[in-house]
Design a protein around this ligand. Structure first.
Ligand SMILES: NC(=O)c1ccc[n+]([C@@H]2O[C@H](COP(=O)([O-])OP(=O)(O)OC[C@H]3O[C@@H](n4cnc5c(N)ncnc54)[C@H](OP(=O)(O)O)[C@@H]3O)[C@@H](O)[C@H]2O)c1
Length: 249
């Protein structure tokens, strides 16, 4: 296994949960990390945590729905550190509800962030990786990108899109441009994800779930990302399906 010394990473959705933990893990492995999200105060706090451990991080204010903000952020990262070797497309949200509640704004928001945001960021970073003839893109799918669950129809649709896109991207950029693609599919992880559920029934259900099993921590997913990033250069860990032992579904 190689360490990540000298590698430059960009993590979207780095202000909390899986993204923040992954940024710390990448920095601990030696990468310099662009930490991107909308809540810059949280990013500044994360930068301090990374620096305190001897790592290096650059705060990037970025809404993945805004292609101009992404272009600016990617440019800032490349100007500061010189390249982008690892992209973690992690930003996402999961406001659960039944379809017949017609929370159409939430459906659109999930498509905009989980799918279009990921495509926007990939489009902004890929030219740099093609120029370098190397890179590694991690796309945050989910168990919901493999199976469908009631109340998660739109979320599952977005995560199935991420899984499908990841496999196609791998086929298109691996051999041609020497870029690796890894699709991460976590089960239940203890993060802020459930805080955005506006339906009281589903919110209660998710709170109860946390009492039924030991959830993964963001750090567990960060470890799997570092594992795949450290694989020898000819190896692409294409998919990682990571679950709590007690998750019986
Ligand atoms: N937790 C789980 O059980 C679980 C399981 C499988 C997959 N996932 C996936 O893991 C990813 C991270 O979620 P999490 O669980 O760590 O939840 P989280 O703590 O709520 O983190 C979500 C992150 O996404 C960012 N984000 C949301 N909208 C954004 C936007 N428009 N532009 C830029 N960033 C945005 C948030 O940052 P700002 O609000 O500061 O912008 C935040 O940093 C998501 O894609 C989620 O679907 C989570």
């Amino acid at each position: 296994m190689a360490n990540l010394n000298g590698k430059i990473a960009l993590v979207t959705g780095a202000s909390s949960g899986i993204g923040a933990a992954t940024a710390v893990k990448l920095a601990e492995a030696g990468a310099k990390v662009g930490i991107a999200a909308r809540r810059t105060k949280k990013l500044e706090d994360l930068k301090k945590r990374i620096k305190a451990k001897g790592g290096e991080a650059l705060v990037i204010e970025m809404d993945v729905v805004d292609p101009t903000a992404i272009e600016t952020g990617v440019k800032k990262l490349v100007e500061t550190y010189g390249s982008i070797d690892i992209l973690v497309n992690n930003a996402g949200l999961m406001p659960l509800s039944d379809i017949d509640q017609f929370k159409v704004d939430e459906w659109h928001r999930m498509v905009d962030v989980n799918v279009k945001g990921l495509l926007n960021t990939t489009a902004a970073v890929l030219p740099q990786m093609i120029k370098q003839h190397s890179g590694h893109i991690f796309n945050m799918s989910s168990i919901a990108g493999r199976k469908v669950f009631k109340g998660l129809s739109v979320y599952c649709a977005t995560k199935h899109a991420v899984t499908a896109f990841s496999d196609g991207l791998r086929m298109e950029v691996g051999q041609k441009h020497n870029i690796r693609v890894t699709c991460i599919q976590p089960g239940a992880v203890a993060t802020e994800l459930y805080d955005h559920i506006t339906d009281p029934g589903y919110r209660k259900q998710m709170d109860e779930l946390a009492g039924q099993m030991t959830f993964l921590q963001g750090e567990d997913i960060g470890d799997t990302i570092v594992f795949a990033a450290q694989a020898p250069a000819h190896v692409d860990v294409a998919e990682l399906f990571v679950l709590p032992v007690e998750q019986g579904w």
